[in-house]
Write a protein that binds this ligand. Structure first.
Ligand code: 2M8
Length: 419
């Protein structure tokens, strides 16, 4: 029996469907976003499996020849969003942005295969080589020295745009005099107090300018771009996605790829130790140009469980941090540590709760046997949606829904978890 909320979630996914691809929400985000689309597929899989597979297939239509899966696909020009295709100048068809986003696709595809039948496995088959190329791109282009730790070249690549994780890297960016005037659109849709600052947008655009001027040469971006930071979110999501891609390789009989994926996994398990901040006793973001650590714990730090990363001792320390942070908010899991001076309950990725991150954290905590913590976060997410609705993010203290409404990935998480 579908509950009222299930019906509402299905309505949202259908309303945000633009014919084979789904937008995160109307007006604020009118294009196809990489990891939003992957979560949308999981939501569709609950009631329309063909449509779920279409979502992943249309996303991969935008894959670059070098393997990169871009973070936004611009199928049409929409003045509601800035920066659009004319700013990115990707020179690709369809036009896209010039960097990527957290690589959740292989994990989503494995989940769809495991929850389906033989026809789902067949639908995954042609996607395998594309996902393998995407993972190779991450391991080679975002880790050109083979350290086992991938970096991100833009805060948007983390998906956690204005998180305090990036403040140390962003502070080092010099905004050029010829950046030129530009008109933001997000602050016309949403209260500017709940969005990134102007100084941050200046820096986001400075990085795009660099990318555009070097023709989106990814080695150049990683070696000499204005920003290059290690992100616990992308690192842990990639580690888990490698593990899930390996499982897919086994199910599909793709023997040749297995050794390669195994090597990536081994290297990344060692490389993630570079994110262990001994002063905070936690996994934290790190500036890969200077070696400096961010000193804050985020919701992405908690994805260590999801990746199976770190030692038993490190994961035990992370569980203690998780319990302490949950005790400080009415609804978990906040995107930034509420005890840190940079925490802001309503400002986007500097404090609010995000359903998709909760979904990944809960998956990892359950797998690690931390079931009480997992249950608590899942209950909090359910209460937030029940009382506030399918918002983009939520205030961890008041439970208020903030940002875009009728949001695709919040609806998808609700459907996957069930009422
Ligand atoms: C947010 O990011 C975009 C840029 O990519 C923006 O603010 O314009 C982030 O929450 C990101 O994780 C998400 O994929 C995107 C669409 O929901 O919005």
């Amino acid at each position: 029996m579908e509950s009222r909320l299930d019906q509402e979630a299905i309505r949202i996914l259908k309303a945000n469907d633009r014919g084979g691809f789904t937008i995160p929400t109307a007006r604020l985000y009118p294009y196809q976003w990489n990891w939003d689309s992957a979560f949308a597929a999981l939501g569709f899989a609950e009631f329309d499996r063909d449509r779920a597979w279409r979502e992943i297939e249309t996303l991969f239509e935008a894959q670059w020849p070098d393997g990169m899966l871009p973070h936004i696909v611009f199928r049409q020009n929409d003045p509601d969003y800035f920066p659009g295709p004319a700013i990115w100048q990707s020179n690709t068809e369809p036009p896209s942005s010039g960097h990527s986003q957290p690589p959740v696709t292989a994990s989503v595809v494995l989940r769809m295969v495991q929850g389906g039948d033989a026809s789902d496995l067949e639908r995954a088959r042609p996607l395998f080589a594309k996902m393998l190329a995407f993972h190779r791109w991450y391991h080679e282009m975002r880790d050109p020295d083979g350290t086992g730790l991938v970096g991100i070249v833009h805060p948007w690549e983390s998906g956690r745009d204005n998180c305090p994780d990036w403040d140390i890297g962003m502070d080092r960016i010099a905004v050029p005099d010829d950046l030129g005037p530009y008109q933001r659109r997000d602050t016309e849709h949403i209260d500017p107090a709940e969005r990134p600052s102007t100084a941050q947008y200046d820096r986001y655009l400075t990085i795009i300018k660099f990318g555009r001027e070097c023709g989106w040469d990814h080695v150049e971006m990683a070696r000499n771009g204005p920003f290059f930071m290690g992100d616990p979110g992308v690192q842990f999501i990639l580690m888990r996605a490698d593990r899930d891609l390996l499982r897919l390789a086994e199910l599909l009989g793709e023997t040749a790829a297995q050794e390669q994926i195994g090597r990536w996994l081994e290297r990344a398990s060692a490389g993630c130790q570079l994110l262990w901040n001994p002063e905070v006793n936690a996994f934290c973001a790190r500036d890969l140009r200077t070696g400096e650590f961010s000193d804050g714990i985020t919701s992405a730090s908690m994805l260590a469980f999801y990746a199976g990363a770190g030692t038993d001792e490190q994961r035990a320390a992370m569980a203690v941090h998780a319990a302490r942070i949950l005790d400080q908010v009415a609804f978990g899991f906040p995107s930034f540590d509420p005890a840190h001076p940079r925490f802001e309950a309503k400002r986007y990725w500097r404090g609010p709760v995000w359903a998709i991150i909760n979904f990944l954290i809960v998956d990892g905590l359950n797998e690690a046997g931390e079931t009480q913590l997992a249950e608590r976060i899942r209950d909090d997410t359910r209460r937030l949606v029940e009382t506030a609705g399918f918002f983009e993010y939520f205030d961890p203290q008041s439970g208020e829904g903030i940002g875009g409404s009728d949001f695709t990935w919040t609806a998808a998480v609700h459907l996957v978890w069930g009422s």
